[in-house]
Structures are given as structure tokens and as C-alpha cells.
Design a protein around this ligand. Structure first.
Ligand code: ZN
Length: 456
């Protein structure tokens, strides 16, 4: 153990309470400090024996948190990077928190959310026993290029010993590291499935073997579904964990595996989160948990409420939905969810990339990959565009065919919340990114207060 490593470890550990006192909890600072003092800190720090990695474009933070909930419900102490700090500095922060003063791991098991682009830096040092992959979609173009590019990074870097837990309904992430051992989870055909794509994003159209057109037997959204090649014998994989009979009244799903059919609790009725439940079930079954036992464990698994939250005042409901900026898929999923909700609604867009807008800006082409056309609906009464990106959103909504009189345009977010047209029984859907929680909180309070003051 080198002196340099011990100095890095102790100073980084010391910085944790200091950051807590100064209100900077949950940052990557301790890890980046440790790496600055000792460049091979990440390699040297003790690691739990069993590492479960979680990656993918969307849902990795949610899945990592659900896995941690499940381990805790099973009575296990696991190390988790719960706050989504998922690059090498964030993982170092997490590992040093879980290490003794001599740098040895205090935990047997860790659940680590791993950023898909950090694979190059992370995998030479960390060999997960299991790697869970949620999906691969088009993400921020400036950071992630294209899903095939990300699949290539994972392909080239995931260690050969790692067993993969993959989404069998996603033909992009489902085909990474083909020589690794793998188990597939998926959800059987649903009544709401379609065959032709309804979305703008559709990134798996041709057979990866022969290049002929893929035919979708059913399609849930985007490229998620079951497909086969029109020319060769390529087809979607068989599921090892097959979800079916989703009951949104009872909040349950049946998942069939080699030992039979078991019922599990789902904590949210959106299809995206039901996939997350399937991933957690697949991993725990792989770890040897019995179906009945896991059924009980899954009752304690929750979706963090920063991602989905409903508050009411009088007849007014304010639904906050995480719709990560720069990520057209996340916005399109949220849009689809809102479209399928009953009653009249309003949409309040707070996805202006607030954290980045002062330093750099994403190419706005991602707005043109979002399914805003779905908001051109008679039940959508008003769309509120606000914040520094309001002019871009305004133009995008006009391109989506939304009548100009339905768009409320106000640059100041709080003023927008105070002035848009609020009527009795309205449901206001706030779409927000992960960098605007204070702003979202203020706007939500303003709307709920209006409901009270105006007697709605
Ligand atoms: Zn083919």
C-alpha cells in the first residue's frame, strides 16, 4: 500500500464530512480529489467481491436504486452509488465511502450504475459479476453520437467473464458482447402494441446479419418489440424471464422462468418502469432467490419520486415527470404517457438544459426527435413554453402542427406558472430535467397556490 494511496484515501474521506457540512453532499469531489493525488486510486481501492453493474441509455439510475431497495429488503448490506454519480470519479467516491481506513472493501456486494461511455475507463479495473443493461437509444448527440456507437464501446470493453442481463425486446443493447454468457428478460405481446412505428426515433430497421428489412411481429414503442428478418433466420432472442399478464389495478406482473410462473409487484404502471421491474427480477433470480421469496422482496421496491410525483390542490393536479433534456427518448416516453392519460391536460415544459446553458449548448436537433406531434391532441388544452430555450420549443411545437393559440409563451418560468390559463379540473404535466428541481418546485408551488387562491 503506497503512502500516496493512503494520503489520497484519507484526504478524500476527510472531504466527505466537510462537503456535507457545506451542503455539497453527493458530488464526485472526493473521488476526483483522490484520483488527483493518486492517479491509480481507482485501480488500488478495495472493491467488493460481487459487483453488479447497471448501464443503458435510460432507466439506469432507477434500476440501480430498485436493486439497492431489493437487496436491503432481502436483509443484505450493499454498497450503492444511489445518486447517479456514474463515471470513474463518481465510482471512486462510492468505493472510498465503502472502504476501511486502509483501503479494504467493507461490503461483499456493490450495485454500481456505470455510465455507458465510461466503460473504457471503468472496465479495465472493475469486473462486474453481472452487468444489467436497460436499453440503448439515441441520447444526447454531442455526447453519445448514435446507439450503435455506444453499443460498440460496451462491446469492446465489457470483460468476457461478466454475465449480461439484457432486455430481449431491445435488438440494439440485446446484441452487445455476443460471446458473453447472458440472460434475457422481456414482456410478451400487449394489447396496446403496434406493428408500424408511431415514433420519430426508430433506430433498428434492418437485420444486423444480412441488412434486409426487419419485420416487427409487435412493437411497443420505437425499436422495442419482437422482430424477425424478412430474408434470413435472424430473430429476437427467446426470453429467460418472460413478463406477461400485467395488472395495473392490482399493480402486478407475472414473470415466467425455468422454474415456473411467479407474481411480482410493480411500483409504477408505465411500461418503461415495468421493464425495470423485469430487470430486477431477472437479476435476483440469477442470484438464486426463489420466486416466492422474491415476490415479497419486490413489494418494498419503489421508483424514486424525483422521477414521478403527483400533488393536488382542490380540483387541480400537478404531475411532475422526469423527461431528461437532450434525450429525445425520455421526452417521447413522457409524451406518450401523457397522451394516454384521460381528461383535459396542460403541458409545462421545463427542459431547457439549465445546467449547461451557461457553458455550452446542445445542438437543438434533439427537439426534432421528440414525439411532440403526439401532443397535437384535442384533450391537450395548452402547452406552456418557458425558460432560455422557449423560442426553440415554440418553433418545434409549431412544426408539430400545434395551433398557435394553444401555446403559452413566457420566458420567465415563475411568471409563466403564475399566468397561464388554469381551469377547474386541470391536470398540469410538468416535464423537467434532472438539473431544475428547485425551479420545478417553485413552479409547482405557484400552480398549487393559484388553485387554492382562485378556488379551483
Ligand atoms: Zn437477415
Amino acid at each position: 500500500m503506497s503512502l500516496r494511496f493512503i494520503a489520497a484515501l484519507w484526504l478524500a474521506k476527510l472531504s466527505i464530512p466537510v462537503l456535507k457540512i457545506t451542503g455539497h453532499n453527493g458530488t464526485d469531489y472526493p473521488g476526483s480529489l483522490a484520483i488527483r493525488i493518486c492517479p491509480d486510486f481507482f485501480q488500488k481501492i478495495g472493491k467488493p467481491e460481487t459487483i453488479i453493474g447497471v448501464t443503458g441509455t435510460n432507466g439506469k439510475t432507477t434500476c440501480a436504486n430498485m436493486l439497492c431497495d431489493a437487496f436491503e429488503a432481502a436483509g443484505k448490506k450493499v454498497l450503492c452509488n444511489r445518486y447517479g454519480s456514474n463515471i470513474d470519479t463518481g465510482l471512486s467516491t462510492c468505493l472510498l465511502k465503502g472502504a476501511t481506513l486502509t483501503g479494504k472493501a467493507k461490503f461483499d456486494t456493490a450495485v454500481l450504475e456505470i455510465d455507458e461511455r465510461s466503460a473504457v475507463k471503468v472496465f479495465p479495473t472493475i469486473t462486474p459479476k453481472y452487468m444489467c443493461v436497460t436499453n440503448l437509444f439515441r441520447d444526447s448527440i454531442m455526447r453519445n453520437g448514435h446507439p450503435d456507437y455506444i453499443a460498440g464501446i460496451l462491446d469492446a470493453n465489457i470483460p468476457p467473464e461478466t454475465k449480461l442481463i439484457l432486455n430481449g425486446d431491445d435488438l440494439i443493447s440485446g446484441r452487445i458482447a455476443l460471446s458473453n454468457e447472458r440472460a434475457y428478460y422481456g414482456i410478451e405481446k400487449q394489447p396496446t402494441d403496434v406493428t408500424e412505428c408511431e415514433n420519430l426515433l426508430n433506430d433498428m430497421r434492418i437485420c444486423p446479419i444480412c441488412g434486409s428489412k426487419l419485420i416487427y411481429d409487435y412493437r411497443r414503442y420505437h425499436h422495442i418489440g419482437k422482430a424477425h428478418c424478412s430474408k434470413c433466420d435472424f430473430k429476437s432472442p427467446e426470453y429467460d424471464y418472460s413478463g406477461h399478464d400485467i395488472d395495473t389495478e392490482k399493480n402486478t406482473i407475472m414473470i415466467r422462468d425455468k422454474d415456473g410462473d411467479f407474481e411480482y409487484h410493480i411500483s409504477n404502471d408505465s411500461m418503461f418502469n415495468i421493464y425495470n421491474t423485469c430487470l430486477v427480477v431477472a437479476l435476483f433470480r440469477e442470484l438464486g432467490y426463489k420466486g416466492e421469496e422474491l415476490g415479497k422482496i419486490m413489494e418494498s421496491v419503489k421508483i424514486p419520486d424525483t422521477r414521478f410525483n403527483v400533488q393536488k390542490s382542490g380540483s387541480i393536479s400537478v404531475v411532475t415527470q422526469l423527461a431528461k433534456d437532450k434525450n429525445a427518448l425520455a421526452v417521447s416516453r413522457a409524451t406518450d404517457y401523457v397522451r394516454k392519460m384521460p381528461g383535459h391536460k396542460k403541458m409545462f415544459l421545463l427542459i431547457s438544459c439549465y445546467k449547461d446553458e451557461r457553458h455550452w449548448s446542445e445542438n437543438t436537433c434533439w427537439l426534432y426527435d421528440c414525439d411532440f406531434e403526439m401532443m397535437n391532441d384535442p384533450l391537450m388544452d395548452q402547452l406552456i413554453v418557458t425558460g432560455p430555450r422557449a423560442p426553440d420549443f415554440y418553433m418545434r411545437l409549431l412544426f408539430a402542427g400545434i395551433p398557435e393559440e394553444k401555446i403559452f409563451y413566457e420566458l420567465d418560468e415563475r411568471k409563466a406558472a403564475a399566468e397561464f390559463d388554469l381551469k377547474k379540473d386541470d391536470t398540469v404535466y410538468i416535464f423537467c430535467g434532472i438539473d431544475a428541481f428547485d425551479l420545478v418546485d417553485d413552479c409547482r408551488k405557484i400552480i398549487l397556490k393559484r388553485a387554492e387562491d382562485e378556488g379551483l
